[in-house]
Design a protein around this ligand. Structure first.
Ligand SMILES: Cc1ncc(COP(=O)(O)O)c(C=O)c1O
Length: 458
């Protein structure tokens, strides 16, 4: 966009629209009561601005829809598979690419192959389903993000960085039990915060020293690369695809959800260099997902992802994407709402523990805030705190490191006036925060309880 003007515009115009249904406070109250105060249980028609997730909720481009039409549904060896493979390997030149229906399927296959009792998997921060997939094999998942990454109000350019000293200690003591070290870019559960290339090189060096493979959970690789480009010395003149390739060159493999940065509504993959591991993973893929040239995907999905991968590394798109997220974060900060700082790539994280000090973590301040945002203005966010992470495999419950509410921004979906509305709603809820109740869980499954638990206000 013209460099002489300050306003960063959406680098697209609207081509087809979806209606939003305006609801009354009474309708929203009835809906949330019926949903057991769990925002995942709502009918999406009852949500006005849906910031539950940036996963699979982005708007596809004209060229992606055209690619969908081009999709070839041959069971084996479809031309769409080869387009997908080329697009993936152009950015992530791993020898083996294994398509899956979404990121967690890639995780399930990988950890089924290399996890198991007695194993331990370090990560900067495991996302909920990644942790669940590690723990499902009875391996242990540990989070080793730097100390700054656990403190919402501290500014740091790369708050997603791994604590290298902690990783070194773990590897020195237990490397034989560590089947893989993971780094999540950007660090979703820790506020969508990026990881620096310097840190990634540090992790690589430790993995080399202890002979342990390094994998990326690369869902938001393009947003991470933009932060590297704009914040890390030495990268301002490097293109985004080039930075992504350098990131990939430091890893032995990756898991991926194409529902995030690749701008698709479904899809994912697992990739690696190790031939023997790839063969084991492909055998599991055939059992659970499908033949290796389509995995869990239709040819048209493979093509939409291939095209999305080209669009998501474009600098005009990334400048708009990161700036529009920061716009929400900065406005809330100006209004005195405690948020994780600096603003992450795909979401703004409200610090519910700071905003609702009268609600103890085990009474779920994040849930309280998320419910209030819905009841007040029809905004659906996502609790990322003690509801999501507080229950441990042995059945005990402890406060999570932070109690956040994530307002995730679907890619290319909402306009600035939608975000201005969200700012008004959040500010209004924050002004009345002292009157919000805590919650108790009245019904919950044994794992991933946040998706289906039912709550009641106390
Ligand atoms: C960091 C991270 N890893 C993995 C996943 C899993 O991806 P999917 O939802 O496609 O299974 C997600 C999804 O939110 C994520 O944010």
């Amino acid at each position: 966009m013209p460099a002489e003007f300050r306003t960063i515009i959406e680098p697209f115009r609207i081509h087809s629209v979806e209606p939003l249904r305006i609801t009354t406070p009474e309708e929203r109250h009835a809906a949330i009561v019926a949903a057991g105060y769990n925002l995942f249980n709502l009918h999406a028609d009852d949500v006005l601005i849906d910031l539950l997730t940036d996963s699979g909720t982005g708007a596809m481009s004209r060229d992606q829809w055209a690619a969908v039409q081009h999709g070839d549904e041959s069971y084996a060896g479809s031309p769409s598979w080869y387009l997908f493979l080329d697009a993936v390997q152009d950015l992530f030149p791993f020898s083996h690419v294994i398509p899956t229906h979404q990121g967690r399927a890639a995780e399930k296959i990988l950890f089924s192959a290399i996890g198991g009792p007695g194993k331990i998997v370090p990560n900067n921060t495991h996302f909920d389903n990644t942790r669940a997939n590690v723990e499902y094999t009875r391996a242990e998942a540990v989070d080793l993000v730097i100390a700054e990454g656990r403190q919402p109000s501290i500014e740091h350019p790369f708050k997603g960085n791994m604590d290298l000293a902690a990783l070194e200690t773990l590897l020195a003591e237990r490397s034989a039990d560590v089947p893989v070290v993971f780094v999540t870019v950007t660090n979703n559960s820790g506020g969508g915060q990026p990881v620096s290339m310097e840190n990634l090189r540090g992790v690589r060096a430790l993995c080399d020293r202890h002979d342990v493979p390094l994998f990326l959970d690369a869902c938001r690789f393009a947003e991470n690369a933009w932060f590297v480009h704009t914040r890390e010395p030495g990268y301002v003149d490097r293109s985004i695809p080039d930075i992504v390739r350098e990131m990939a060159s430091l890893a032995d493999g990756m898991t991926m959800s194409a529902k995030k940065d690749p701008l698709a509504n479904i899809g994912g993959w697992l990739a690696m260099h190790d031939d023997a591991l790839a063969e084991r993973c492909r055998n599991l893929l055939i059992l659970t997902e499908g033949f290796p040239t389509y995995g869990g995907l239709a040819g048209r999905d493979l093509e939409a992802i291939a095209q999305g991968l080209k669009e998501c590394v474009h600098p005009d798109y990334l400048r708009y994407r990161i700036r529009s997220t920061a716009y929400l974060g900065e406005a809330l900060e100006r209004a005195g709402v405690p948020v994780v700082k600096p603003t992450g790539g795909h979401a703004v994280y409200l610090d519910a523990r700071a905003l609702l000090p009268h609600i103890p973590p085990l009474r779920y301040p994040g849930q309280a805030l998320a419910v209030a945002l819905y009841e007040t203005g029809g905004i659906r966010g996502c609790e990322i705190g003690t509801v999501m992470f507080g229950l441990h495999p042995d059945g005990t419950e402890q406060p999570a490191a932070m109690d956040l509410v994530r307002l995730a921004i679907p890619r290319r979906t909402y306009t600035q006036s939608h975000i201005d509305y969200a700012i008004e709603v959040v500010t209004s809820v924050a002004e009345g925060a002292a009157g919000l109740p805590g919650y108790r869980i009245v019904e919950a499954p044994p794992a991933l309880r946040h998706f289906t638990a039912r709550f009641e206000p106390i």
